[in-house]
Design a protein around this ligand. Structure first.
Ligand SMILES: [Zn+2]
Ligand SMILES: [Zn+2]
Length: 134
């Protein structure tokens, strides 16, 4: 475990705490009060954020672009073969005569949408089918 955070807390928070306590103890306004020893306990709760980090980290396989050759090799066609299909990337309907691309997994998207998508992620947005990467 990375202990720099713990060191940071010890270096910054504890002196602040003891300074505050000393200020109270030395303050004349409180001088009539009986002073008792105090025990300060410091508990550090570390919440694991691995899941969060893996969603945004660059090591995530989602963020690996597809190989250019794999993008170029996609089956391209004109959309609107009669079926009501929408592109799951932009959620717009695929109109007749729009250029579409069919992934090897048979998912169809607007050509522009899937190319832009594959330039950042090599996984099919719907089923995570993996295209080859560089
Ligand atoms: Zn689209
Ligand atoms: Zn797919």
């Amino acid at each position: 475990m990375d202990t720099s955070y713990v060191d940071n807390v010890l270096d910054n928070v504890l002196p602040e705490l003891t300074t505050y306590i000393r200020r109270v103890l030395e303050d004349d306004r409180y001088s009539h009060l009986r002073k008792i020893p105090i025990i300060v306990s410091c508990e550090l709760v570390v919440v694991r954020r691995e899941q969060l980090e893996s969603d945004t980290g660059t090591s995530d396989p989602k963020q690996v672009p597809a190989a250019r050759a794999a993008i170029d090799a996609l089956q391209k066609a004109l959309g609107g073969g009669g079926d009501e299909v929408s592109c799951r990337i932009c959620l717009e309907q695929i109109e007749q005569d729009m250029r579409v691309a069919c992934m090897p997994c048979n998912h169809v998207y607007h050509l522009d949408c899937i190319v832009r998508w594959l330039e950042t992620s090599h996984l099919c947005p719907l089923c995570r089918f993996a295209l080859p990467t560089c």
